[in-house]
Design a protein around this ligand. Structure first.
Ligand code: ADE
Length: 244
């Protein structure tokens, strides 16, 4: 998979070269190119923003600079998908992470200030799929931190990236738990600061352990994310779930 990021703070994306993602780059599973948006400016000040039409606070990123940058990074017919992080976007979810993991080329456009002139997005959408996405209902200073989040969640789904592929399969939101939050985990020692590992996990009875894990997932989801439980299709609940 190819990943391009266009930003005015290329150094902000350096963490993408650390740990799991760094290894994926070193092993050639992904190719990451981070571009400085100011390389496409033509004035001495290397200006990327201007005052908003209609007034109001803040500055808007200029269409000409972004237009040229995207023309170069994503020329017509490259088969890329453009992702623009913005608090005004549609929610980024695990299912969107899976969609992105099946793409061959993702391009991220990081906005700062009050955002990017809308025509940049509308123009790009004439030649490639474009998603404006939000990573949550809070406002960041720019799209860079959102790109770190999105890229990490996507790359860990690529074949060969995780040491144990079963880890991705058992995540909350997908796989065995299917839309439920994962319950608690424990490792040795059996007793620590007076707290003990639940007996069932040491019973060796795998059917009982599976049932316990599912109950914990249901309880945790009920307490922390009742919205997820409401969204669960009725047929995803078994008889024991319903009793709980
Ligand atoms: N840029 C600023 N806030 C954001 C958010 N919540 N999600 C994605 N991009 C953003």
């Amino acid at each position: 998979m190819r990943i391009d990021v266009v930003t005015i703070f290329p150094e902000y994306l350096e963490p993408l070269r650390v740990a799991l993602l760094g290894r994926a780059i070193d092993r050639g599973l992904i190719r990451l190119d981070v571009h400085d948006l100011r390389d496409w400016t033509h004035d001495v000040h290397r200006a990327v923003d201007d005052a908003p039409y209609g007034g109001g606070p803040g500055m808007v990123m200029k269409p000409q600079v972004w237009g040229e940058a995207l023309d170069d990074v994503a020329p017509e017919g490259t088969g890329a998908r453009l992702v623009v992080p913005t608090p005004a976007g549609r929610p980024f979810t695990q299912s969107l992470a899976h969609e992105y993991a099946s793409e061959s080329h993702l391009i991220f456009a990081c906005g700062r200030y009050e955002g990017i002139d809308q025509r940049v997005i509308d123009d790009a959408a004439r030649r490639m799929p474009v998603d404006e996405v939000s990573i949550g209902d809070y406002v960041l200073v720019g799209g860079e931190a959102a790109v770190l989040v999105i890229v990490e969640s996507v790359v860990r789904l690529l074949p060969g990236v995780l040491g144990n592929p079963a880890s991705a399969k058992e995540d909350s939101f997908t796989g065995a738990l299917h839309g439920l939050l994962e319950g608690p985990s424990y490792t040795r020692p059996e007793r620590w600061r007076g707290l003990v590992v639940p007996d069932v996990l040491r019973s060796g009875d795998h059917a009982k352990i599976d049932r316990w894990r599912r109950d914990q997932a249901l309880i945790r989801t009920f307490l922390r994310r009742p919205d997820l439980l409401d969204a669960l299709p009725e047929e995803d609940l078994d008889a024991a779930d319903r009793k709980l």
